[in-house]
Design a protein around this ligand. Structure first.
Ligand code: TRP
Length: 452
């Protein structure tokens, strides 16, 4: 019996699939990366393009991954082979590489979150939130917490209990949302709120026109990152669906939760940053950590709220990380018959090693982050859009149609979107991202080597 003939599990409950997909999507991308990107790319101009890309690229691309996964019921490598033919398994191979790069630095950030969870009890970040972030985010301390995070991921995935995560998502996502919503009310009362809302919410189109070469790839990368697209996570999760659900409805629900959380984070972070009189581009990857630590210091029972917030945030990062490593592990199990524990331990250890440089040096951290989000995820998505739009359109259309009430119009619009506009936008973004990445290498990495 071939490995792929093994009867696969499917989601335990009807909403199990949605919860797991939301658990994957909601993570550091919403709470940490989103405000950091908004700050870096000039505020509302970025928000505007980002939201447009969620609808125009993210939504159709998510349906593509769902259709491939549900149709083939395989891990991404096997799925692409089954869907497109032999050569396409190499694209699945690219997904695996992306998983390694992505989780390596993701885990470092998740380590920061864990550190903040503990610091909420001791009050370590209260004296000087900015200095605290600078101190804990780089160096062997950061490596230590990165190790703790990877150990948690390995432990859960090795035992194979991640379906228990369906439950975690049920509690976690609402908890994060309500804490953030509460904090946004607090943020509203701050002196800098008005200025912050103008910065965050009212796009200046002249600014978009002036900066589109960096805003476009940043927004495309963030849209894919936050929705867990471009490396086969949603293919894997959809491969466990056995009934014919309405995938358009499911996708809408998943995306709405995800975008809502990111949006509220901005309503919290920017008023705090403006009230402190800081340029929103300055805190960089520290934006959410520094501003929330400041808020938890100011308000009553802030330490408790901080502990609850960073605790749930840690769980959110965990469910996302699990979805990334699961792509690689399920490949090793399905295609090579490797034991789950062995596969998880080996893969997790390699990822830990790959992440160490990013915990020791902010330039290398930036390198991994930009490479993964703006180049690799866009490339991965582009490939499968070409597969579904141009090569296997009838099969994809028939698959999406299952479970829809009025399939014809919707599936036609979808294939048309995938075939032309999505591919064009991704190509332009990828081109700009490669240029931007070359620039990054020249301005950051070359001097980096010269100094060392
Ligand atoms: N979407 C997750 C977040 O926002 C991260 C993530 C999980 C991811 N799986 C992914 C990103 C696959 C890209 C691809 O934190």
């Amino acid at each position: 019996m071939a490995a792929s003939d093994v009867i696969r599990e499917s989601w335990a409950t009807r909403i199990g699939f949605i919860l797991a997909a939301v658990g994957s999507a909601v993570g550091l991308g919403n709470v940490w990366r989103f405000p950091f990107q908004v700050g870096q790319e000039g505020g509302a101009a970025f928000l505007f393009i980002y939201l447009a890309f969620i609808v125009v690229i993210g939504f159709p691309a998510m349906l593509v991954e769902f259709a491939i996964g549900r149709n083939t019921k395989r891990n991404p490598v096997g799925a692409l082979r089954a869907f497109g033919g032999k050569g396409w398994e190499y694209v699945g191979g690219i997904f695996l590489v992306i998983g390694f790069v992505l989780l390596a630095f993701y885990s470092v950030v998740a380590g920061w979150v864990l550190r903040y969870f503990f610091a909420s009890f001791t009050g370590a970040y209260t004296a000087d939130p900015g200095a605290y972030f600078a101190q804990i985010s780089v160096g062997w301390d950061a490596v230590f917490f990165h190790a703790l995070f990877m150990l948690s991921v390995i432990a859960i995935v090795a035992i194979g209990i991640q379906r228990g995560i369906e439950l975690a998502a049920k509690v976690m996502v609402p908890a994060i949302f309500f804490i953030l919503a509460g904090l946004s009310v607090y943020a509203f009362t701050l002196g800098g709120a008005g200025e912050a809302y103008a910065y965050y919410l009212s796009p200046d189109f002249a600014e978009i026109a002036a900066n589109w070469q960096s805003v476009l790839p940043a927004a495309a990368g963030q849209a894919l990152f936050t929705l867990s697209l471009g490396m086969g996570v949603m293919i894997t999760y959809a491969s466990y669906i056995d009934e014919d659900r309405n995938l358009i409805e499911d996708g809408t629900a998943i995306i709405s939760f995800d975008v809502a959380i990111a949006f509220v984070v901005g309503l919290v972070v920017f008023p705090i940053i403006f009230t402190a009189g800081v340029d929103p581009a300055d805190p960089g990857p520290g934006a959410v950590f520094i501003s929330l630590a400041g808020a938890f210091t100011e308000i009553g029972f802030g330490w408790l709220l901080g502990a609850i917030f960073f605790g749930t945030f840690f769980l959110a990062a965990l469910t996302s990380a699990i979805s990334i490593i699961e792509v690689i592990v399920s490949y090793a199990i399905d295609e090579h018959g490797i034991d789950r524990r062995v596969a998880t331990t080996v893969v997790g250890s390699i990822i830990f090693l790959l992440g160490i440089p990013t915990a020791l040096d902010p330039v290398l951290f930036g390198l991994y982050d930009q490479l993964a989000a703006e180049v690799l995820l866009v490339l991965g998505t582009l490939f499968i859009m070409i597969l579904v739009g141009w090569i296997a359109a009838p099969r994809a259309k028939a698959e999406l149609a299952e479970g829809l009430e009025q399939p014809d119009r919707l599936t036609d619009v979808w294939i048309w979107l995938v075939r032309v506009p999505v591919v064009v936008v991704l190509l332009v973004s990828l081109y700009l991202a490669v240029l931007g990445f070359g620039e990054f290498l020249r301005t950051e990495l070359v001097p980096w080597f010269e100094i060392r």
